[in-house]
Design a protein around this ligand. Structure first.
Ligand code: SF4
Length: 228
């Protein structure tokens, strides 16, 4: 089936052809610092062993009613999901991972920056995926819903999302009994065309260092009908 047909599942092995400057930006390391020098030295190993991957799959939105959203026969209960997908006929489902290439190489065993590098590989994978959806499908998937980041749509929704995507093991990703993703530097999402929505805009962990959008109080009140 072609990419506009509704059920194509695409596995992406994401190239690690970034420059030291590009990767340092993802790590939030400034040029001219000792951390940058260290990154520059390690970059060939990161590029050689880093193995970020993703699986994406088109899905049709069947129905939105109240706080229920049915996607390809699976019903999710969430005010945010219903609010965001109300006028959306089609979404991309995705699982994205930094992979465990660096750990498995054995080259980073004593590297204090290993977790930082894995986090940057995950951001690199997100950026690649955004570009891929735009270039191949002309789909702006930068608006994203993720299970677990808001109490309104808890982490257990990963079970249904993973089932819908299917065979996520293929990229080395799995869920533990509570619905959390392994390896840690991975994420699951529903991408939709919109205004660049991120769950961070409704998340009350105000001082989170991973925040990707400012908290939007007015939007919180509109969707949840209560003050944060
Ligand atoms: S602010 Fe932090 S905890 Fe909240 S959704 Fe964003 S990244 Fe997750």
């Amino acid at each position: 089936m072609n990419g506009n047909g509704g059920s194509e599942r695409i596995v992406l092995h994401i190239p690690t052809n970034f420059t030291a400057e590009e990767f340092a930006e993802l790590c939030r390391i400034e040029k001219g610092t000792s951390a940058f020098e260290e990154l520059e030295e390690t970059l060939p190993l990161i590029r050689q062993y880093g193995a970020p991957k993703a699986i994406i799959k088109w899905a049709g939105v069947d129905r939105v009613e109240g706080d229920e959203t049915t996607i390809e026969g699976v019903t999710f209960h969430s005010r945010v999901v219903a609010d965001k997908l109300r006028d959306t006929p089609r979404v991309f489902l995705s699982v994205v991972t930094a992979g465990e290439g660096l750990e498995q190489s054995g080259q980073f065993a004593d590297d204090a920056f290993l977790d930082l590098y894995d986090g940057a590989l995950l951001f690199h994978a997100y950026k690649y995926l955004d570009r891929y959806m735009k270039e191949r499908f002309r789909f702006d998937g930068s608006s994203v819903l993720s299970p677990g980041s808001l109490p309104d749509w808890p982490i257990q929704n990963n079970f249904a999302l993973f089932d819908m995507i299917g065979n996520v093991d293929e990229i080395g990703v799995s869920l533990n009994g509570a619905g959390y993703i392994r390896p840690w530097n991975s994420g699951s999402h529903i991408h939709f065309s919109g205004d660049g929505y991120q769950n961070c805009s409704l998340c009350r962990k105000y001082d989170c260092i991973g925040r990707r959008a400012p908290f939007d109080r007015a939007e919180y009140v509109r969707i949840f009908g209560t003050e944060p």
